[in-house]
Design a binder for this molecule. Structure first.
Ligand code: HEM
Ligand code: HEM
Length: 536
């Protein structure tokens, strides 16, 4: 009998764990299909690849700064003094079978991981998926973003090559720039004067134990919330705030996701095989004296490096017998404040809009012009900082002076976000107007006909039901009204809130209403009955 053993085994397990209920329940979960929902998955799968490849590396990597003489098979460095960490990373690269490929897979997967998280975060932001009830999951996700960057930075520092040593040197400089306690903290962290002999071992514990444990715990929590809240969906025929339209996890989505995991793994393996990343054998071991031009951190650290390069020099003075390095304190604080604002954005927007409804239907970015504008401003600012991390390379490639590149990027970082905000907001409003026009009057077909009376008109074609649903079925918000509180007073914070709320909603176009649709020049009146959505 086929399946006899499997069935018996399944039964055995189920009788002892009652797992079938869970599998049934979970397997029936519906996962909606939209390409942008794939980004969280890419993050998840690249993390799995990171764990697999990282575990392999731990078998051979030595997190020690003890001095050794390199005697591996990479001839140019033979006989050179270096730390055991560098020595082992070189041996992984040249003397351990498959070692170089796994190192490269680990590094490429790390780069992909953080890129996927970043874009996933942007998709969550621009579609308003962070709104109630998902605010906390946004914060959990944001924590993951920070943890991932910390994982990346600690990992990147492990091989103790020239590039990673210079990265740590900058961190040491940042720490020493903290007034009063900086030097103490630096000594504590490095176990003495930089670079000391302790830091690689300490970073290693963080990199393979503490941080991964936190990442795993937060990812688990994050996904539990995705299941509990159910996934959001874009507006469309039959989709409401109360249902989710898509495929059940078992069998369809699980099969798709499983296949997709192997695709991601395959692409990472191909990149690792064909494109060299972090060729530490070219950089050589860390030595504080040589710093070559054109050194760059991994991409996700670029924004921090750029911020340091953009601050004008000379913001430094001595007071109370201490050096106050505002050229370090200011960018560090500014970045912390900005990151903090990103972390709590859902709560800020919730307060400004006064909206307490649950949202399971996503916004198209155009339908939330102010949010989209703020996002565009943020992306522009980030891009400026990131570009600044390459200021020297931009200068040499385009034969410009380093100062003029720096000044140009300084201007961009300050003015660019405002420009991006206004342009994005106007584009959104324009698109909303266009949508409204299309819903009410149909598409321009490009077909010009001449009426018997001699008049020329362009024939407009009606949008189909599904398209019309997408175009009108978004939620209507209202700016807050100024209302006295329970003591009958109008507080300052209430005034501020009303002002911000007005600004948030200014120039917003309401979707075509039911009456307008019915009046819609008599086009396709029958189809209008289908339209039923909140706000109508
Ligand atoms: C949804 C994974 C980081 C916020 C999801 C989903 C997955 C996922 C698989 C469901 C599919 C999807 O919508 O893409 C991860 C992993 C992360 C991570 C592995 C990092 C290790 C973040 C970050 C944020 C975030 C940085 C925001 C700051 C959210 C939210 C949802 C979500 C709000 C629910 C979206 C919805 O229902 O539409 N995440 N995520 N996640 N993620 Fe993440
Ligand atoms: C090294 C990133 C998790 C083990 C590295 C490197 C990076 C990195 C960029 C430098 C690679 C190179 O030499 O070019 C990350 C990220 C992680 C992560 C972003 C998680 C989000 C892990 C885990 C383990 C691990 C979970 C162990 C189970 C190692 C080891 C090295 C290393 C042993 C040193 C080997 C070497 O540099 O050749 N990591 N890693 N990593 N990672 Fe990870």
């Amino acid at each position: 009998k086929s399946g006899g053993f499997t069935a018996a085994a399944a039964n055995y397990i189920d009788e002892r764990t009652s797992i079938s209920g869970v599998v049934k329940e979970f397997g029936r979960k519906i996962f909606p299909d939209h390409w942008s929902f794939m980004l969280g998955e890419v993050a998840l799968y690249s993390f799995v690849i990171i764990i697999l490849s990282g575990t392999f590396l731990t078998f051979f990597f030595q997190a020690s700064m003890a001095e050794v003489t390199y005697n591996g098979s990479w001839a140019p460095l033979k006989g050179m003094e270096m730390s055991a960490a560098m020595d082992s990373a070189l041996k992984i690269s040249f003397d351990i079978r498959g070692g170089l490929l796994v190192r490269q897979i680990h590094h490429w997967a790390a780069l992909l991981f953080i890129a996927a998280i970043g874009i996933h975060m942007l998709r969550v932001y621009f579609t308003g998926a962070f709104r109630k009830p998902r605010e906390l999951n946004w914060v959990i996700g944001f924590t993951l973003f920070v943890l991932a960057m910390a994982e990346g930075f600690t990992g990147y520092s492990l091989p103790d090559d020239l590039l990673s040593g210079n990265g740590l040197r900058i961190i040491d400089g940042l720490i020493k720039g903290i007034p009063f306690v900086g030097t103490w903290i630096s000594f504590l962290l490095f176990g003495g004067e930089f670079p000391g002999t302790a830091i690689i071992g300490r970073l290693y514990t963080l990199h393979i134990l503490l941080l991964p444990a936190l990442v795993v715990a937060f990812i688990a929590l994050h996904l539990v919330f995705v299941v509990v809240h159910k996934h959001t969906q874009f507006a469309g025929g039959g989709r409401t705030q109360k249902n989710v339209i898509g495929y059940p996890i078992l069998p369809v989505y699980a099969a798709k996701a499983g296949g997709f995991f192997f695709l991601v793994f395959g692409v990472v393996a191909l990149m690792a095989a064909f494109f060299t990343i972090n060729p530490i054998w070219n950089y050589g071991p860390y030595d504080p004296s040589p710093v070559s031009a054109g050194t760059q951190p991994d991409w996700y650290i670029g924004f921090a490096d750029g911020a340091l390069r953009l601050i004008p020099p000379g913001w430094e003075f001595v007071w109370l017998d201490h050096t106050w390095s505002f050229n370090i304190i200011v960018p560090v604080l500014a970045l912390l404040v900005l990151l903090g604002l990103v972390a709590v954005y859902p709560f800020i927007e919730g307060w400004v809009t006064g909206d307490k409804r649950e949202h399971h239907i996503l916004d198209r970015p155009r339908n939330a012009p102010t949010r989209t504008g703020i996002g565009a401003a943020g992306v522009t600012f980030y891009a400026g900082l990131w570009a600044a991390a390459s200021s020297d390379i931009i200068a040499t490639h385009f034969q410009l002076s380093l100062e003029s590149v720096t000044h140009a990027i300084q201007a961009w970082v300050i003015l660019g976000p405002f420009l991006a905000y206004f342009v994005a907001k106007r584009v959104c409003i324009g698109l909303m107007k266009k949508d409204r026009e299309i819903v009410l009057h149909g598409y321009e077909s490009g077909r010009i006909v001449r009426l018997p009376g001699g008049e020329y008109i362009e024939v407009h074609e009606q949008v189909d039901d599904y398209e019309r649903w997408k175009l009108v079925d978004y939620e209507v918000y209202e700016p807050l009204m100024l209302r006295p509180n329970s003591q009958g007073k109008i507080t300052g914070s209430a005034r501020l809130r009303v002002r911000l709320s007005k600004w948030f909603f200014e120039d917003r176009i309401a979707p075509a209403s039911r009456t307008e649709l019915e009046a819609g020049h008599g086009h396709g009146a029958a189809a209008h009955d289908e339209i039923e959505g909140p706000g109508h």
